[in-house]
Design a protein. Structure first.
Length: 67
């Protein structure tokens, strides 16, 4: 599916793709880095646990790939 999406974007003249991934999602990070994406930035977001009483800080990485 990733290859198909990247092909579609290239055919439609996109030059770059950006993806945001949770830094602890190791499977996704491996998939995207194996596909040629590189980390170009990061952000931090406060999120709530399911109890809606406890917050935690989530780090998300921005990855970029040229087409």
């Amino acid at each position: 599916m990733l290859k198909k999406t990247l092909g579609f974007l290239k055919e439609n003249r996109f030059r770059e793709v950006f993806i945001r991934v949770w830094n602890k999602n190791f499977s996704a990070l491996r998939l995207y880095t194996d596909a040629g994406f590189e980390v170009v930035g990061k952000i931090f977001q406060w999120k709530w646990f399911t109890d809606r009483k406890t917050r935690f800080l989530m780090e998300k990485l921005y990855l970029k790939r040229g087409l």
